[in-house]
Structures are given as C-alpha cells and as structure tokens.
Design a protein around this ligand. Structure first.
Ligand code: MTE
Ligand code: MO
Length: 443
C-alpha cells in the first residue's frame, strides 16, 4: 500500500499508528462544543485515497433496486441540504485504559477518539428515493433490508478490498435518523482525512459505520458481510478470549435510533455484559425501576474528564473539572456527576450544548446527536481521584431502567465502585467505565 501521498496534519496530534494513520488530539482540544477539523481524531485502515477529478466522481446506487443509478457530486449538492451536529466516536475510544487491566487487541486510544462536528450534506433518505425506495420503509420493492456503503480506500482486513459497512434500511430511510451523505464538515468542504469528497454520517452509532470516501451504495438482503461488521466491533463479556471466541454469536455493534431500541434488546445487552452464564458479577446487583447509570451495553455512552490528566498537580484554590458526556442513539444526557473524593460523595456538574452558537437556516433544530460538555469548578483539598460519570436517558424504557449498583464498596479505602473489569472485552471496545483521573495536590 502507498502511504507516500498522505495529507498534511496538525503537528500536535498524538499519533497512535502511522500507517494507517490513526491519531487523536490532546484531550483539552475536546473542551469546545465544536471540534475543529484539525483536532478531530483520524481513524483509518489504509492509505487516504485521492479523488482528483471531482467532475467525474460519482456514487453508484445498485443492488436490490429496480433502477440502479449513478449520481454525481453536483446532483447530490442539488438535493436539499441539511446540517447535523453529531458526535462521532470510535468504539475503541479509551482502549488504552482498558488495556491496563488486561491486554486487549487494537490501536491504543486515550479519551479523544471522539469529536463533535457540524456535518453538511444530503439526507440518505432523499437519495434513496431517487432509486425508488420510499421513506420509512424496512424493505425495498426487491426485498432489500440493509444499505451497504462501500468505500474507495483499500485495507488489509478486507484482503486489499474496500472498507465497507451497512445499516438497516429502516434507519437509512427514516428522515429523522438524520443519516447524511456529507460533503461538508464545520462549514467547509470535507477534507481528505475525513472522507473527501463524500462520506456517510450515521448519527448516534459507532464511528465504524460512517464510511468515508463513498464509492458505492448497495441495497442488500442481509447485513454487510465485511470484516468490520462480522469479525470486529462486537461486544463480548470479559470471559471471552481469543481461544473461545465465536464471532457468529453476537450481532454487529450498532446502537439503534431510539424508536428501534426494544426493551428486550436493551435488557439483554445489559445482562449479556454482566455475563449471565457465569451469574451476575460479584459485587453487583441489578435493581429495577431506578435510573440507568452507565449501561454496559450497545450504547456508546461515556464521559471523560478533559481538563485534567492523570497524575496532574492541582494548586490550592478552584480547580476546573470539565469534559464531555455522550449517550449515543440520540439519547440525552440527564446528568453528569463528579466526585472529588474517589467516589464517596458526588455532586452534579453544569451541562452545556451549543451555548451561544446561533442556529442557521439549514440546521437541525436540536442537538440530540451531539455530546454534552460538563463543567464544575471546585476546591480539591487533597491528593485524590476525581471521577466523572454520566446518566443518560433511555427514552424507550422510561418505565423500567436499570441501575448497576455496587454492593461491596469499601468506602474507607476508596474502592472504586465502577471499574473497567466489568466492561473489559478482548477487542477493547466501548470502555464505558467511570472516567477517573488521579490528581496530586501541590501545596
Ligand atoms: N471509512 C473508510 N472508508 N475507511 C476507514 O478506515 N474508519 C471508520 C470510519 N469510516 C474508516 C471509515 C472508523 S473505525 C471510524 S471511528 C471513523 O471512520 C473515523 O472517522 P474520522 O477519521 O473522520 O474521525
Ligand atoms: Mo472506529
């Protein structure tokens, strides 16, 4: 593969792998609501493709459709334009931390394999109407049930073939799911690293499904059989290792728009992650009819402190504890709780979304796909562990939420009530455990 024509990148990015290029910004870059393009994490599986002749570039739409079509960039730009502020997060975000407990496989990431951008483009639901697939449908006239996105880039996981992924047709044709074919990022033409000239944005879902450098769309009967759908990005309980893994036993990691999120599915995911075959994990119990705290499920929800690094020194006086919380699936963040005594006592942080950024005419009138920033300014009287945890709304199961409550917290010795062991999985994805930073008080 040819890595000699990579685009220029900001020198401050922390490079986790050079070829393919995988890099994240310093965590303090995530303290602004919109992440600048330069500081947006870059996650690739091969060299960045080059599209020189934009006049000749087009996306073909085929598969189980009556009238296949090739659509040019200028035709895509003529469709109604929408702007969606959406957080994109790699399922491997915070993987490095997970590896400290027990080694996991995959590119290491700190807390910044996530970013929030304003994406501009055409709605996939509008594009699919051009090939005779109507809105809000789960099956095409020829029996297609999934929409596959095939890219221009080539990667070794696909044996030199293109990167690809799929989403259910129901989601693709739902205008409210806001799936975009995006040609703009933060009001500018999409750059090469992020998918020039056209990429998919699937809000609320792990980043792996937002295929960059789109080449083809195929309407298919079964879910895409590509590597990243079938042999990667699946959540397994801590007991599964590389010897006993059965990839077919799990569905592809997705997260669903709220209207598709069934109670049974959610419950099953929570239970699955608690490893039902081995019984509930020691020290945890499930309690009904309470608020959900940190599901260890398909939700990519997590929060992270970005104003402090591990083992930072804090001076006497007020300390700012700030960061992001993101729920996934279009769910909101109900609360962010902070502890400055290692989890013994908690208080609520301030939350903010777009603040005083005005809405523009093509903007979606809500920020449900976007992260929430949190902030608290407090005294930190001594060396301690600072923790942030988010509480997210699960609209579909308001009547029966689940709390995972620690039952053996040793308050005297500051045992962490929620640790990474519970969510540990061999691929190191979806580290939704409470984010902790240790600080030392300077006198
Ligand atoms: N699309 C293509 N064509 N090739 C890729 O390697 N990586 C995916 C997704 N889309 C990828 C891709 C993954 S795993 C993530 S997390 C996001 O793109 C990252 O998008 P970004 O680099 O714009 O942040
Ligand atoms: Mo990813």
């Amino acid at each position: 593969s040819d890595y000699s024509k990579e685009p220029p990148r900001h020198p401050s990015l922390k490079i986790n792998s050079k070829e393919p290029f995988n890099a994240e910004p310093h965590r303090t870059a995530l303290l602004s609501y919109i992440t600048p393009v330069d500081f947006f994490y870059k996650r690739n599986h091969g060299p960045i493709p080059i599209v020189n002749d934009i006049e000749r570039y087009c996306v073909s739409i085929g598969g189980l459709v009556k009238n296949p079509l090739e659509i040019s960039m200028s035709e895509i730009r003529k469709l109604p334009k929408y702007s969606v502020i959406a957080t994109l997060q790699c399922a491997g975000n915070r993987r490095t931390e997970m590896s400290k407990t027990r080694k996991v496989r995959g590119v290491g990431w700190d807390v910044a394999a996530v970013g929030n951008a304003k994406w501009g483009g055409a709605k996939l639901a509008d594009v699919l109407e051009l090939v005779g697939i109507s809105k809000n449908t789960s099956s095409s006239p020829l029996g297609g049930k999934h929409v596959e996105f095939i890219s221009i880039d080539k990667c070794k996981e696909e044996n030199g073939g293109p990167y690809k992924a799929s989403i259910p047709l129901r989601q693709a044709t739902n205008p409210e799911a806001d799936v975009l074919l995006a040609y703009e990022m933060n009001g500018e033409t999409l750059n090469r690293d992020h998918g020039y000239p056209l990429r998919v944005i699937v809000p609320g879902v792990i980043g792996a499904r937002s295929v960059k450098w789109l080449d083809r769309i195929s309407i298919i009967e079964e879910e895409c059989q590509g590597f990243f759908m079938q042999k990667d990005y699946k959540m397994f309980p801590p007991s599964v290792n590389w010897d006993n893994i059965n990839w077919l036993s799990r569905k592809a990691q997705m997260d669903f728009p709220v209207q598709d999120l069934g109670l049974a599915q959610t419950l099953q995911n929570c239970l699955l992650c608690l490893n039902p075959s081995a019984g509930p994990l020691k020290g945890f119990q499930l309690k009904k009819n309470t608020v959900l705290i940190q599901s260890h499920s398909e939700a990519f929800g997590l929060s992270a402190i970005c104003s402090l690094e591990d083992v930072d020194f804090v001076k006497p006086g007020k300390v700012t504890i700030a960061g992001y919380a993101v729920a996934g699936g279009g769910r909101g963040i109900e609360r962010v709780d902070i502890s400055v005594d290692g989890g013994r006592t908690w208080f609520e942080a301030q939350r903010c979304q777009r603040g005083n950024i005005p809405y523009q005419s093509d903007d979606l009138n809500n920020d449900k796909w976007a992260w929430v920033l949190f902030k608290a300014v407090v005294d930190v009287p001594e060396s301690t562990v600072i923790i942030a945890k988010a509480v997210c709304t699960i609209a579909a199961i308001v009547l029966m939420n689940i709390t995972i409550i620690p039952t053996d917290v040793d308050t005297a010795s500051n045992v962490q009530p929620e640790n990474v062991e519970v969510v540990w999985n061999l691929r190191g994805i979806l580290n939704t455990s409470w984010h902790k930073v240790q600080v030392r008080r300077a006198s």
